[in-house]
Design a protein around this ligand. Structure first.
Ligand SMILES: Nc1ncnc2c1ncn2[C@@H]1O[C@H](COP(=O)(O)OP(=O)(O)OP(=O)(O)O)[C@@H](O)[C@H]1O
Length: 238
């Protein structure tokens, strides 16, 4: 299967005073198109640093990050802005919705940065809200929606630019456990139905069970990669 993400010998060191913090050390992995990968680790393990590198928000100290065939560590800041607008979608822990805009307008917003006409933007946003089963709340502003509903708007907004890859940073961190499970099931379905690649960062082992593969990260290093699909297969064999 085609690799959408390739990370090779990735290092990120931070200098703090006289000390060097090894936030990421010798990271190597690939992610295939359509895969849902969870990066799991405790606080300070390097998860956000890794996600920031993949999203082109920070440059590595050393190593290669190839996304969709492009070496993003070699891109200029301007090229990275285009990369983030066109190729990737983001889902955040705190939703990051615009409080004055309706659900529909929030979902349509990323398309305005791409010069899509208003009519087309709204048409696409309607479709995305259907995908996350929130058509009934099109005209609601964030304050008039539950946390789970707001995150569904967040997912629709991430999908609207038809990105190759979706990055999610603790997407259920602000939700209760039942709503978290609903959101995880929805993300899993949306990724499968639309053949998207999803990379999610979490400290929660339980949420990682929704992913196809789980990368465990500790002290800046990947210590273990668990393939949940293989485990599912194993159970069926028993
Ligand atoms: N800008 C920075 N300058 C110096 N050190 C940093 C910087 N950013 C992160 N670090 C250090 O790098 C390590 C990894 O941090 P990172 O934020 O990636 O962890 P995390 O797993 O995302 O944690 P959390 O779950 O708490 O967000 C930590 O030791 C952190 O202190």
């Amino acid at each position: 299967m085609e690799n959408v993400i390739q990370v090779k010998d990735l290092y990120k060191l931070y200098k703090v005073g006289d000390e060097v913090v090894r936030a990421l050390e010798n990271i190597n992995f690939t992610v295939a198109r359509g895969e849902f990968v969870a990066i799991v680790g405790t606080s300070g393990s390097g998860k956000s640093t890794l996600l920031n590198m993949l999203a082109g928000l920070e440059g590595p100290t050393k190593g290669e990050i190839v996304v969709g065939g492009e070496h993003i560590e070699k891109r200029t800041e301007e090229e990275l802005v285009t990369y983030r607008r066109k190729k990737v979608g983001f889902i955040f822990q705190s939703f990051h919705l615009m409080p004055m805009l309706t659900a529909l307008e929030n979902v349509a917003l990323p398309l305005s940065f791409q010069g899509v006409s208003k009519k087309e933007r709204l048409q696409e946003a309607v479709k995305m809200l259907q995908k996350v089963r929130l058509s009934s709340h099109k005209e609601h502003v964030p304050m008039q929606m539950s946390g789970g509903q707001q995150q569904r708007v967040g997912i629709a907004r991430a999908l609207v630019v038809d990105p190759q890859i979706i990055f999610a940073d603790e997407p259920t961190g602000n939700l209760d456990s039942q709503t978290s499970e609903e959101i995880m099931t929805l993300m899993q379905k949306v990724v499968r139905d639309n053949q998207k690649t999803l990379v999610m960062v979490t400290h929660d082992d339980n949420l990682a069970t929704y992913a196809d593969r789980v990368f465990h990260i500790k002290d800046g290093q990947i210590t273990k990669i668990v393939d949940n699909r293989r485990e599912e297969g194993g159970k069926e064999d028993e």
